[in-house]
Ligand binder design. Structure first.
Ligand SMILES: NC(=O)c1ccc[n+]([C@@H]2O[C@H](COP(=O)([O-])OP(=O)(O)OC[C@H]3O[C@@H](n4cnc5c(N)ncnc54)[C@H](OP(=O)(O)O)[C@@H]3O)[C@@H](O)[C@H]2O)c1
Length: 271
């Protein structure tokens, strides 16, 4: 296990936080759930696959992690289901301090020729799902005296890529929401952070709509635990929008500083 992960999992001297993670059944959300539980926080994990959530709960118990894992089966595209899940988390933990909105999926290929079902699924999950999660969580955070929302975006939010238009626009929407809410929710003592994530080794590539399984071999891939560590750090630093790795930050900087060059490069990589 890498040193930075061992350091992150050393329990910190803080009151246990009540955390809700959407997309907790695999990848980044699952790694974040285990990290928060290792830190002694109570974690409600929301996703559609109940058996995966139960396996995560069993895994945390096997590891004897100090925090509790509460599985919540729900689809983030269903606002009522998300509201009910938040109510269950609140009933169990009596408060809500942190929301990590990680549920999402990718789509690749021609924006014009892709089946509408694929594009709609990406927009409904990545935009509506985040909107429903935030709108359900904020009243619970207000009742708890404040909180912190971490929205999981992508480096394709600030730097959109051709042949990943639906995904890029969904993450740009998440970025816009995060930035607007950071100012809006300050009065409620609720902080908002956006994380720009680069290529991460999860089920994301195999579940991607349009071109499943395709991975950029020249781009370095990080483990989901690395992103989980950055989620916890975002709470400590109260960062606004931040790339996980230096290389992702460099990508975002270059995409803004040299848009023409980067657009040509991305057309070659994604085309
Ligand atoms: N992996 C990467 O390279 C990468 C790069 C940049 C950004 N990201 C972002 O990171 C986030 C997490 O992705 P990941 O890499 O961890 O992928 P992943 O392993 O495929 O995990 C996606 C999670 O989202 C959940 N989910 C999907 N649709 C859902 C729905 N309608 N309702 C509830 N839960 C739903 C899945 O659970 P169920 O299927 O059980 O519902 C799963 O837990 C996503 O927002 C993604 O856009 C990933």
């Amino acid at each position: 296990m890498q040193r930075w992960f061992q350091q992150m999992t050393r329990p910190l001297p803080h009151d246990p936080r009540a955390v809700l993670i959407t997309g907790g059944s695999s990848g980044i959300g699952r790694a974040a759930a285990l990290l928060f539980a290792a830190l002694g926080d109570d974690v409600a994990v929301l996703a559609r696959r109940e058996e995966r959530l139960l396996a995560l709960q069993a895994d945390a118990r096997d590891k004897d992690l100090p925090g509790e894992i509460l599985p919540l089966t729900a689809d983030v595209t269903d606002p009522g289901a998300v509201q009910r899940a938040v109510a269950l988390a609140l009933a169990e933990f009596n408060r809500l301090d942190v929301l990590v909105a990680a549920a999402g999926l990718g789509q690749r290929g021609s924006f014009i020729d892709a089946p509408w079902d694929d594009i709609e699924t990406v927009l409904r999950t990545n935009i509506d799902g985040v909107v429903h999660s935030v709108r359900a969580a904020v009243p619970a955070m207000r009742a708890s005296g404040g909180g912190h929302i971490v929205l999981i975006s992508s480096i394709l939010g600030p730097v959109p890529a051709p042949f990943a238009a639906a995904y890029s626009l969904s993450k740009a929407a998440v970025d816009a929401l995060g930035r607007a809410l950071r100012g809006e929710l300050r009065q409620d003592n609720i902080r908002v952070s956006v994380l720009w994530v680069g290529q991460t080794h999860t089920e994301f590539a195999e579940k991607r709509l349009g071109q499943p399984g395709r991975v950029a071999t020249r781009v370095p891939t990080m483990p989901p635990e690395r992103v989980a560590g950055e989620i916890v750090r975002a709470l400590e630093r109260n960062s606004s929008a931040k790339a996980v790795r230096r290389i992702d930050g460099l990508f975002v900087w270059a995409g803004r500083r040299f848009p023409g060059t980067m657009d040509r490069l991305l057309a070659r990589v994604y085309g």
